[in-house]
Design a protein around this ligand. Structure first.
Ligand SMILES: [Zn+2]
Ligand SMILES: [Zn+2]
Length: 263
């Protein structure tokens, strides 16, 4: 089942034509879209969108770049309430991001601490709810892995928008986690990721758009949308030397097992 496992449908960039975007996804054969939350507000909007379209499911969470939008740990109860929604299939996106400058009021150290705190509370929440997590990393891979691996017995994580090599991906997959490839894998300068996408075992990876960002070739630089996950699927199938329909059914099954409804 062709699945876009990471779409930001609540993005302002989709505010004017979401019905058309869903229509184009359907026409491209996309059967399931996981819509990802980034703040409490965004997560609420994500749930409204999930209510509107049968193929859209949701994750709720606080993105590391938005870790300054919460104070203390009151946000955990709010997220827990949102996670009761029947279309919630995971917690995310959560993680660490050392690429962007700290927001006002934070030093580099206090910002990293705040991100780690918000991440840890959400890992606890996910484990308690028996939900898996969508993980964001930017220039923070080692710290993220160190913080997530101790949870490996209680939850699985997908290292989304994976841009590392197979030597980074395989140990994570061995511990039950996943990686997920965006349109970056189709870029001419994407050799490291392409090597990784060839080497990872079936069942160890998923596909995503991360729309509205990171459109695959031939749409690079344009606004991305769920329909374009078909282009990434085609590219990865040919990289791996498998039939498109087999890749689609394998990655769809991987996503179905990962984004399961809580018991
Ligand atoms: Zn991300
Ligand atoms: Zn994202």
């Amino acid at each position: 089942m062709l699945t876009d496992t990471h779409a930001h449908l609540a993005s302002r960039q989709f505010a004017n034509d979401l019905p058309e975007i869903i229509e184009r996804a359907r026409a491209a054969g996309v059967k399931r879209i996981i819509c990802i939350g980034t703040t409490l507000e965004d997560s609420k909007r994500v749930l409204e969108i999930a209510d509107m379209y049968p193929e859209v499911e949701a994750t709720v969470g606080i993105h590391p770049c938005d870790a300054d939008t919460v104070k203390g740990d009151g946000f955990v109860e709010e997220l827990k309430d949102l996670a009761r929604h029947p279309k919630v299939v995971g917690i995310g996106e959560i993680g660490l991001d050392y690429y962007h400058q700290p927001p006002e009021g934070f030093t580099l150290d206090s910002w990293k601490e705040q991100q780690a705190f918000v991440l840890e509370r959400q890992l606890e929440l996910a484990a308690g709810l028996k939900l898996n997590v969508v993980l964001h990393n930017r220039e923070s891979f080692e710290d993220l892995v160190a913080q997530v691996l101790p949870w490996s017995d209680r939850l699985r994580g997908v290292f989304h928008c994976f841009t590392g090599g197979s030597e980074q991906a395989l140990p994570l997959i061995e511990r039950g986690h996943l990686v997920s490839f965006t349109g970056i894998v189709t870029f001419k300068n994407g050799q490291v990721i392409q090597e990784c996408a060839r080497a990872v075992p079936s069942g160890g990876f998923m596909l995503e758009t991360d729309c509205p960002y990171l459109a695959p070739m031939p749409f690079r630089g344009k606004r991305n949308e769920p329909a374009y996950v078909a282009n990434t699927a085609e590219f990865v199938a040919s990289l791996r030397g498998v039939r498109l329909e087999d890749l689609v059914s394998e990655t769809g099954a991987t996503a179905a097992a990962f984004f399961r409804k809580p018991a």
